[in-house]
Write a protein that binds this ligand. Structure first.
Ligand code: CP
Length: 310
């Protein structure tokens, strides 16, 4: 039986298949807690978590806070716009000072790839990456995989297509690492200009294409990514409406897919750009289930990283 030994969760790249399975199994046992009248267990009583979100977030931030509270952990929500970071304090000094205040777990979202890795080197407590630049978003990858495992039982041999802004997506990277380690076949699909060729390390389990029909054919599940038109993707396609016409996941496109295809999206959704409302809210969509599963997955991660120090 796999035992958890790691101090931090920085990315799925750094986990074995067995460690990913351990998180998913632990999440499955925690999921029931949220169905109780009193949604609380004492697993992290006496521990303190600090939520450090340097970038906006709805789903990740709220579900981490709920997960912490369900585990009876004390919670500090840092307002990074009102912190001494604005006075020039370094990440290392912020970490050391929070540690002096007896923080046990640091949950960090940051616009710089690798920022949680840096923090993890300076603090003895556990660091959980809640999304860093274009690097990884491991708990999103885990909740996506958890949702697929609930639907299909196993990831082995499952055809999963990730469609959209692959180049700028930390969600794509975490999904790629996790899915391929658990034996899924992954297809990456995007317009050529935002479809990097540096995914060779994932071969032979990854196909790369700009042909949306090829990506949808035979897919058991698709994970639709947001086109970041307000940022880097703006130069990659003439306009949101043209992207929608060429790559948008619509009811018409879904008619050519497997009847039971599972449609995922990490959120936030841009309706009418990468996905139509009738697909996002339709019978094949598990988008809201993904959000709910985020609580159990984050409870599992918080629990396991603190287990290591017991
Ligand atoms: N999926 C995701 O990371 O959403 P938030 O940015 O709202 O946390």
């Amino acid at each position: 039986m796999t035992k958890w030994t790691k101090k931090d969760l920085l990315g799925l790249e750094y986990l074995s298949a067995e460690e990913i399975e351990l998180i998913l199994d632990t999440a499955a046992s925690f999921k029931e807690v949220s169905t109780r009248d009193i949604k609380k267990v004492p697993a992290l009583r006496g521990k303190t978590a600090a939520n450090l979100f340097y970038e906006p977030s709805t789903r990740t931030r709220v579900s981490f806070e709920i997960a912490e509270k369900r585990l009876s952990c004390d919670v500090v929500n840092m307002d990074m716009k009102a912190s001494s970071v604005l006075k020039g304090e370094t990440l290392a000094d912020t970490g050391r000072n929070l540690e002096a205040l007896k923080i046990d777990i640091f949950i960090m979202r940051h616009n710089m790839a690798g920022a949680p890795n840096v923090l993890a080197r300076f603090v003895g407590g556990s660091v959980i990456n809640a999304g860093d630049g274009k690097h990884e978003h491991p708990t999103q990858g885990l909740l996506d995989i958890y949702t697929l495992r609930e639907k299909f039982g196993s990831l082995k041999g499952l055809n999963v297509s990730i469609i959209g802004d692959i180049a700028h997506s930390r969600v794509a990277r975490s999904n790629l690492w996790g899915l391929t380690k658990l034996g899924a076949n992954v297809t990456l699909c995007a317009p050529e200009i935002i479809l990097p060729s540096d995914f060779k390390e994932f071969a032979p389990h990854v196909k790369i294409t700009s042909d949306i029909d090829a990506a949808l054919k035979d897919a058991h599940a698709i994970n639709v990514l947001r086109m970041q038109f307000e940022r880097d993707a703006a130069g990659a396609f003439p306009s949101p409406s043209e992207y929608y016409k060429e790559y948008g996941i619509t009811k018409e496109r879904l008619k050519k897919c497997r009847k039971d295809i599972v449609v995922m999206h990490p959120g936030p959704i841009n309706r009418g750009i990468e996905i139509s409302s009738d697909v996002a809210d339709g019978p094949n969509s598990v988008i809201i289930e993904q959000v709910t599963n985020g609580i159990a997955v984050r409870m599992a991660v918080l629990y396991l990283v603190t287990l290591r120090s017991k």
